[in-house]
Design a protein around this ligand. Sequence first.
Ligand code: B12
Ligand code: SF4
Length: 450
Amino acid sequence: MELRKIVLIQPGREGKIFGKAPAAPYTLMRLASLVPDDIEVEIWHHDWEPLEPKLRTLGKHDLVGMTAKTLEIEQVQRFTQIAHEAGVQAVVIGGNHVTLMPEDVTPWADVIVTGEAYRTWPKIIEDFQNDALKSHYNDTEWADLTGVAPLSDRVIAQVDERRRYWTPMMEITRGCPRNCSFCTAIRVSGQKMRFRPVEEIVEEIERRKIDRFFLTDDNFGLAFIIDPEYTEKLFLALEKLPLRGWTTQSEMAVYKYPELLKLAKRAHLDKLFIGFESVNPDNWRELGGKSKGLTKQYAESIKAIQKTGIGVVGLFVFGFDNDTPKVMWETWEFGKNVGLDSMSTTVLTPYPGTPFREQLIKEDRLMPDKSWQYYDTAHVTYYPKLMTVEEFEREYDKVCRAIYSPIRIAQRGLRALARHPLQRMPAKAFGSFSTDYGYRRTFAWRHAFS
Ligand code: B12
Ligand code: SF4
């Protein structure tokens, strides 16, 4: 089939915030960079502009790819329907949700892609042109990250991240050897930690001309433990770049590596988002070995990290089988007293492919009326064990209103800001408050629809 152009679609529900979309579509930027130069490729993002009218301009000779997390899959199904009505014959669906639950997408997609797609995506483009498209492409190998899908200059120019997005994304590692019962990341990125070569990271940052970024890594902190030499080399290279700052997800064990933390600070690391997950020690089994619900140890790690000048964002999840409303208030107290820079409290969510979901299915505890849009970590989608749904929701609302009250956000933001020297404060002001503001917005989705 003659190929007119490729359109890659990023769904979204946030829209623009003060004129920019929140997070750049990094997944699609990598995939678009694999498209041969002689084929036109565009990335369309629903947070930047409403996509329905644009979808109606597509036709039979366009190859359309869409990515979706679980909570976005219904929006993507709707986009697919519009594209089909416009005459598109090849809508390809990839991403986390389809990888974890292909049977959910097969009935309405033309092509599904499971796995990482670095090999299958170029093959799909070729097969489209040869009228040989299959209905399912499965990439079973965890690709070595060396030289994989470097961002092309035309994609960088088209996405124009600095003008259109608040947060550029960047990948350094992939995969995590832990095994948290509720985590889907390890089911889509594997349990072997893989590293991109330092030279490629530096080259990408320079070519994108970005001076801030958030890592897509699931648990970057594990690099401290698994490959300290690599981590040191990375930090020494980043130190030389004119960065304003970067942030990443990590487990708390990094506090045992003060020398690397100092290097990380010199490499412009601003904040670590640490998944403590729970202050309830009875939940230790669910936490995959990275934390054990021991608040004394959490406090020690927070102090040690902050001492090096790096901020700590504490991430907590409510609704494990040993949780009662009391745990939510204990988390609030802990967060208040320990001096976190920002704080996220979300509702445990039984994503497809996780042991937690399997258990709930066996025990018939999934709420039947909760479609995928509710899987946003702000809504309760299952019957908790030691609380009723109503109790869970009521106390969650109360505790989040306390945590995300303007005064608490201001307090934590000022604390984060105070970590920087006076002359750097203007540059750091936005980042010091925006994390909590973002979490407040996530919580607000709980009441956007019920
Ligand atoms: C970065 C990230 C974010 C960023 C997204 C930024 C952006 N615009 O891309 C931010 C911080 C905004 C974010 C937010 C959330 N996230 Co998030 N996020 C991630 C993370 C850590 C990395 C994703 C990533 O970019 N990877 C790197 C890129 C290069 O690869 P990739 O996305 O995996 O895609 C590959 C394949 O899937 C495939 N592919 C993907 N799409 C397509 C499409 C086509 C056509 C093809 C051919 C192939 C293909 O090819 C790609 C290259 O290998 C993942 C964890 C993970 N490891 O997946 C969680 C993850 C996707 N997030 C998750 C969640 C739950 C959320 C939130 C709900 C959290 C919250 N409480 O708010 C929100 C939802 C926001 C929203 N409204 O959508 C869950 C999703 C679970 C699920 N089943 O849906 C994950 C898996 C984390 C987890 N621990 O479980 N997230
Ligand atoms: S530590 Fe994080 S990425 Fe690793 S399994 Fe647990 S939740 Fe997933």
